[in-house]
Design a protein around this ligand. Structure first.
Ligand SMILES: [Zn+2]
Ligand SMILES: [Zn+2]
Length: 242
């Protein structure tokens, strides 16, 4: 994988790399929207467009990729507030995800947007709700879907096993985990998702979280203060986001 920040100046990857990505921070929460594409076909997906429609479309043009779908990890407005806009602008490109348990959040997008300073947010229904065992294809690249509830009830993550890469939204961050104080959040459920669904993907998996820096599952399994081996389960301090 090849990443860059802010992040439209990506170097061409070696031929063998099947995926390329640019990260486009959007919304007042600096959410890591990404455009990812199959290097063989230049077919792309926009992942978690919470805002920044024009910036995202500019990145798509700059890299000369063809967007074939929009992927959504969960229904918070910083991840999904611009999905309806982009679907219109891209002539009805299909939207995949989140899990149907986040339907109430998608229905609430105008209310979320009004409350969090993203008044453009519109409600939408995806073309396809996702669940464990599903896969989504971007060009010739196939991502496995893993349902990881806790931060929201319908949060999904996208895992590309051959390149050991995952897009994890607000499930886990470098040194932190997603907040669980918003509607539908549940701390115990989130811990279970991370330990029993995310970590088993393997220590070597590099992940792009919804906020902040890239990390690996192995690094977090060792040292994350909430879910790492050193976690005491009490008295943990640190910034939780989402
Ligand atoms: Zn977020
Ligand atoms: Zn969130």
């Amino acid at each position: 994988m090849d990443y860059s920040a802010p992040r439209t100046d990506v170097k061409p990857p070696p031929q063998q790399q099947p995926l390329q990505a640019v990260i486009i921070p959007v919304t007042p929460f600096q959410q890591n929207c990404s455009v990812i594409w199959c290097t063989a076909t230049k077919r792309a997906a926009i992942v978690d467009p919470g805002g920044g429609t024009e910036t995202i479309l500019a990145a798509v043009r700059q890299h000369k990729v063809t967007v074939e779908r929009i992927l959504v990890t969960h229904g918070h407005v910083d991840h999904s507030g611009a999905v309806a806009d982009l679907r219109d602008r891209l002539e009805g490109v299909p939207v995949d995800g989140p899990h149907i348990a986040d339907r109430f959040l998608l229905d609430m997008l105008p209310k979320q947007g009004a409350g969090w300073g993203m008044p453009y947010a519109r409600a939408f229904t995806p073309d396809r709700w996702l669940d464990d065992g599903d896969s989504v294809c971007v060009g010739e690249v196939r991502f496995d879907v893993v349902w990881c509830p806790g931060h929201t009830p319908g949060h999904v993550i996208f895992h590309h096993a051959p390149s050991e890469f995952a897009l994890v939204g607000d499930v886990i961050f470098k040194g932190s985990i997603g907040r669980t104080d918003l509607p539908g959040g549940d701390h115990a459920t989130l811990l279970h998702s991370i330990k029993h669904k995310l970590f088993p993907l393997g220590d070597g998996v590099t992940f792009l979280p919804g906020h902040g820096e890239i990390s690996t599952l192995g690094a977090e399994r060792m040292s994350n203060p909430y879910v790492g081996q050193a976690a005491s389960g009490a008295g943990v301090t640190g910034l939780r986001r989402g």
